[in-house]
Write a protein that binds this ligand. Structure first.
Ligand code: TYM
Length: 334
């Protein structure tokens, strides 16, 4: 008899409910989450504890968390097959986070480039949470014995820190944690600002023309892409010398599945006007089904609350198994 290994690998990733996600969040992370949901045991969630590092009006944070949750369901992630949850609903995240703090060196955390960037951006509120943020992220990942973590390039350094913490803990106490691998897509892993294409696309950018939000209407998407910064050469090809055009090619390729060569061939002899119109159309079509589903789901508050409670219960079952093991290993009276 043939033995088939039916054990599925575990995939985990979270997104912060700090506002409406951008096309960068979608192409760099969410789109891959949806693709992986059939083949793997997936755990996806809203990182609301991480969002406390930036002051937000309480009612707004709650609303955004619910919206992010609706968005995850709108990605066609099946809450029956996968675990879709909210981080703060499973207190084990904070508990493991504290323990891992004691297994992370100050200098390691201080090297994180996102901490340095965010400290500059939020100069009036450089709180300890901002510093501790990657260690809570490590707890999120390690609690579930995750094999793969689908993220954009900006999270790669945090994944490396997670791997270091896990390996250090394992060498002290035996194999407690699985050491996870980042999963970074070939396309869309670092979508750049439409106005300053040397900078990452970010929803916290003061210039609203620099990003596309997942809830932007077709008209707004058209306008933002039309005003995207390019160059004076009027030839569509991929090059580090042409960050604006290359970014639009990356976006177009992510939405259509076309390679850079195919895109270059499609627009040979054509100007940026035709190219931008095609990019806008591809983005609009890519987002349309997601927006339709989201608009419907976001009004179903009772369904969202109920589904999040089921997600938290399923997540907790796995998380507390790992936390229990860790507590015993480090000598907490249990
Ligand atoms: P967050 O909420 O900033 O972003 C969510 C995901 O979107 C990706 N991303 C991008 N990808 C491509 N181009 C961009 N311009 C772009 N901007 C954002 C991010 O890489 C991320 O994958 N700390 C995390 C949330 C988190 C987490 C976790 C992730 C908390 N716990 C555990 C993975 C595993 C964050 O702030 O992502």
């Amino acid at each position: 008899m043939e033995i088939v290994n039916t054990e599925k690998k575990t995939v985990l990733s979270l997104i912060q409910p700090t506002g409406t996600p951008t096309l960068g969040n979608y192409l760099g992370a969410l789109k891959n989450w949806a693709k992986m949901s059939e083949e793997y045991d997936c755990i996806f969630g809203a990182a609301d504890l991480h969002s406390l590092t930036v002051r937000t009006e309480p009612a707004l944070l709650r609303k955004r968390t619910m919206e992010i949750y609706a968005l995850l369901l709108a990605l066609e992630l099946d809450p029956e097959k996968n675990i879709i949850f909210v981080q703060s609903h499973v207190p084990a995240h904070s508990q493991l986070g504290w323990i891992l703090n004691c297994y992370t060196q100050f200098g390691e955390a201080a090297r994180m480039t996102q901490f340095k960037e965010k400290s500059l951006k939020n100069a009036d509120n450089v709180n300890v949470g901002l510093f501790d943020y990657p260690i809570l992220m490590a707890a999120d990942i390690l609690l579930y014995q995750s094999d793969f973590v689908p993220v954009g390039v900006d999270q790669k350094q945090h994944l490396e820190l997670t791997r270091d913490i896990a390996s250090r803990f394992n060498s002290a106490y035996g194999n407690v944690f699985k050491v996870p691998e980042p999963f970074i897509g070939k396309r869309g892993a670092r979508v750049m600002s439409l106005q300053e294409p040397e900078k990452k696309m970010s929803k916290s950018d003061a210039n609203t023309k620099s990003f596309i939000l997942l809830t932007d209407t077709p008209d707004v998407i058209n306008k933002k892409i039309k005003s995207a910064v390019t160059d004076s050469e009027a030839r569509v090809y991929y090059s580090s010398e042409k960050p604006g055009v290359s970014n639009l090619m990356d976006i177009y390729g992510s939405c259509t599945g076309l390679s850079y060569e195919e895109i270059e061939a499609q627009f040979a002899g054509k100007g940026y006007g035709d190219f931008k119109a095609a990019v806008a159309e591809a983005v609009i079509e890519e987002l349309r089904p997601l927006q339709d589903k989201f608009n419907k789901l976001v009004t179903e508050k009772a369904y969202l609350t109920e589904t999040a409670a089921v997600g938290a219960e399923k997540a907790a079952r796995i998380a507390y198994r790992t936390l229990g093991k860790v507590m015993k290993k480090v000598g907490l009276w249990k």
